[in-house]
Design a binder for this molecule. Sequence first.
Ligand SMILES: Nc1ncnc2c1ncn2[C@@H]1O[C@H](COP(=O)(O)OP(=O)(O)OP(=O)(O)O)[C@@H](O)[C@H]1O
Ligand SMILES: [Mg+2]
Length: 439
Amino acid sequence: MPNSSKNRIQINEKLLEKLNEDTVTLEIAGMTTVSKINITPNNFINLEPTLAKKLLVPSKAYLPYHIRNNYVRLGPSVGILTSNRNAENPIPKGKNGRLYKEMINYAHNHGLLVFLFYAEGVNWKKKIIKGYTLNNNGKWISGNYSIPNIIYNRIQYRSIENRNNVKTLLEKCTSNPNVYVFNSRFLNKWEVNDALSNFALGKKFLPETMKFNRSNLRLMIQNHNEIFLKPINSSRGQGIIKIIIKDDGSYQYSKAEVKMPKWFSTNSFYNLFEGLTRIGAKENRYLIQEGIDLTTFDDRVYDLRAQFQKDGNGSWVITGVGVRIAGKNRFVTHVPNGGTAAVFEDVINKTFAGDDAKKTDINRQLKLIAFTIPVELEKRLDINLAILSFDIGIDKDGKLWILEVNSKPASFDEEQIRFRHLQYLVDYFIYLAQINIKE
Ligand SMILES: Nc1ncnc2c1ncn2[C@@H]1O[C@H](COP(=O)(O)OP(=O)(O)OP(=O)(O)O)[C@@H](O)[C@H]1O
Ligand SMILES: [Mg+2]
């Protein structure tokens, strides 16, 4: 994997040294103050409590990411927009809490400010946000911070993202030239399909997909042996239905569930459509997709969870690839449905043992997807994206298929991938701050 830190735009150390004895203007997220500076051994600028208070940030060492004459920009400051079902308790707990701590600590060690905030905590009149971050001892603290340079939307529920206050907040921030918002919303399966099917390379990796209705179902059944019905706004494998078209023309269908799925069969198209409706398939809410004949590992289907993100040059890179193997006799790979995680190289080596050409080609296709599809999605959906997770199926011939694109990627359990993710993220924050300077 490439190391993006070497690409990071350098901080001008000589310039910083020259400022050592001077009085300079310090700026962080739009707040400024004039002061002498205290440079740390690793060339950060330490803001002691009174200075930090004036700049509406916690007291700690900050990266001088841009220096011009006697004007020093610190940070940048990054707000992570999040959601919580329990409004009484704004500090994230459990696994989520650990992951945010990891992200904040990593960013703080690199001289940035990262804080979590909720839509309810934004005061537009005073231009302050109630945020939650870590102090120098790694303990959660809350404070009123100024509107950050960058906002990353990590709201985990579509229902919360659809609330009016959240929508207004995101619209306001997106149209504010001093704030850069990315991954501003959930994607839905239909818009992704629509965007990708309109150019040759995108189309190449997409299974055939149509909106769910009676006539499209009839068409898809004529052309494929297996089809999937998927909720357009689905998540976590809920509501997914598989239909198998048998050689004798009969149908078997089943809906993915946490417990072992139950299979239904029928000979008539009329009964099939009625049956699908009965188990939850709805026009306009579902799409129909050609079933991919996925490769198996120990007789179980699997797919890839590939994370792509922007690096310190603003270019898309592969963060890492994990494998999710379905439970026995299951057709979705999600962990709550009996799926397990595995190591990409191990699984590919076993599935395509002795076929080096195929293994090489899988990596080639992965790179092709990573370096072309996210860029097109940003353009065609007119949205800033900096991190995406792709569910990718591999068929028996070793061809890759994009099953889903997710703008709220789940964190990897694989530590190495998680840290690479943090490194790219922080590099990207600095890059963004540096290119967005308005002089
Ligand atoms: N066309 C397909 N052919 C074969 N298997 C598929 C196909 N589409 C989906 N699957 C299987 O079903 C799983 C779930 O599908 P998908 O990722 O599209 O929806 P989702 O997982 O519910 O959404 P999310 O990933 O946001 O939770 C996939 O991981 C894959 O195992
Ligand atoms: Mg998925």
